[in-house]
Design a protein around this ligand. Structure first.
Ligand SMILES: [Fe+2]
Length: 242
């Protein structure tokens, strides 16, 4: 598996508190068949001296520190979109850190309220040459009520990442309900862990993956956990089936 959403980098945001914790998580990931991880710290964690150069250095050091573990690491970010117009203006001014140097950008847009807003965000980002990936829509208040915002986001050309664990058919809760609705309709382009540390990660990833395969078919799981993430790493365009 290629994990495109993980807060694996320790002491940067609300992820692991120590290198040891990151190492345990990485060992666990290898045992579950993870080969590549894009680390995606929250954009809100960066201000002042903690800027993009700082992050690049920190990431390079992390690669050194974790060299013994056979997982290829890449740098990315999870960008909070409070207001999509302001977000786009900021891209114009400052540029944006993408996933693994590709054109794909992971966005957390918890406040998107309508299909029109979703379409506009996708449109403005595509206009600038980026492919937005909506992070964990199953957590969004609007999506929990109605998944049509996700349909609009994808129809406009955006991509959708759902948390792997939320799609476990044996799960429960509100996130689970929305995630399963998205899974049933195949309104998902990526499944990823959104690992935050030892208390928030998918410890039994391989088993969860198997259960999702039984629920929705192996081919689809292969696409959203390997094929599409591979396209991100290679910066290739993903052709969606409708
Ligand atoms: Fe995240």
């Amino acid at each position: 598996m290629i994990d495109i959403h993980s807060h694996l980098l320790y002491r940067v945001d609300d992820g692991p508190l120590s290198l040891e914790e990151s190492l345990v998580l990485m060992k666990q990931a290898t045992e579950n068949g993870v080969t590549d991880i894009i680390v995606t710290p929250h954009s809100w964690a960066f201000a002042g001296e903690k800027n993009m150069d700082w992050l690049q250095d920190r990431f390079a050091r992390f690669q050194e520190e974790t060299r013994a573990i056979p997982i290829q690491l890449y740098l990315g970010m999870e960008h909070a979109v409070e207001n999509y117009r302001r977000f786009v203006r900021r891209i114009d001014k400052e540029g944006i850190l993408t996933l693994a140097n590709s054109r794909y950008v992971l966005v957390e847009a918890m406040r998107l309220e309508s299909g029109e807003e979703a379409e506009e965000l996708v449109y403005e980002m595509k206009l600038r040459g980026y492919f937005p990936i909506l992070a964990h829509p199953e957590r969004m208040g609007s999506v929990k009520k109605d998944i049509s915002i996700v349909r609009a986001f994808r129809k406009a050309g955006g991509f959708v990442q759902v948390t792997l664990e939320a799609c476990d058919p044996t799960g429960s809760g509100m996130f689970h309900k929305a995630a399963i609705a998205l899974l049933k309709e195949k309104q998902i382009d990526f499944l990823a862990t959104d690992t935050h540390g030892l208390i928030r990660n998918c410890r039994n990833l391989a088993e969860v993956k198997k259960r999702i395969e039984q629920y929705v078919g192996k081919e689809f799981v292969q696409q959203v956990m390997i094929e599409n993430p591979k396209k991100v790493l290679m910066d290739q365009e993903i052709k969606k089936r409708r």
